[in-house]
Design a protein. Structure first.
Length: 105
């Protein structure tokens, strides 16, 4: 089992993008994603989650929540923190399954 020092930290920053949309910016190995809270089209999330799984196959990681100082809306901050916390739980569960599968081989 890995200890916390072996877990790569990936920044997940709550910020405004160039279109003045609030969201979370995350840079994975392959691409930077902006997870928007206002866009109706969320189809890009499929690629985001695929890249998360690809990243997990290479190393264990978790997202580290950060926020840009320009974000003042406490509800958005709380929702974002909860989203990242829940995403980290799901990724840890996926990593455990991946590791369990690799031990069987």
């Amino acid at each position: 089992m890995e200890n916390d020092d072996d877990i790569k930290k990936i920044s997940a920053t709550l910020k405004m993008n160039s279109s003045n949309e609030e969201g979370i910016e995350i840079t994975l190995t392959k691409k930077t994603y902006f997870i928007s809270f206002v866009k109706e089209d969320q189809s890009y999330l499929r690629d985001f989650f695929k890249d998360c799984i690809d990243e997990l196959l290479n190393h264990t990681f978790e997202f580290e929540f950060q926020k840009d100082e320009s974000i003042k809306n406490e509800i958005i901050i709380k929702v974002s923190e909860d989203y990242i916390r829940d995403l980290n739980k799901e990724l840890a569960s996926c990593a455990a399954e991946i590791n369990k599968g690799s031990e069987v081989e």
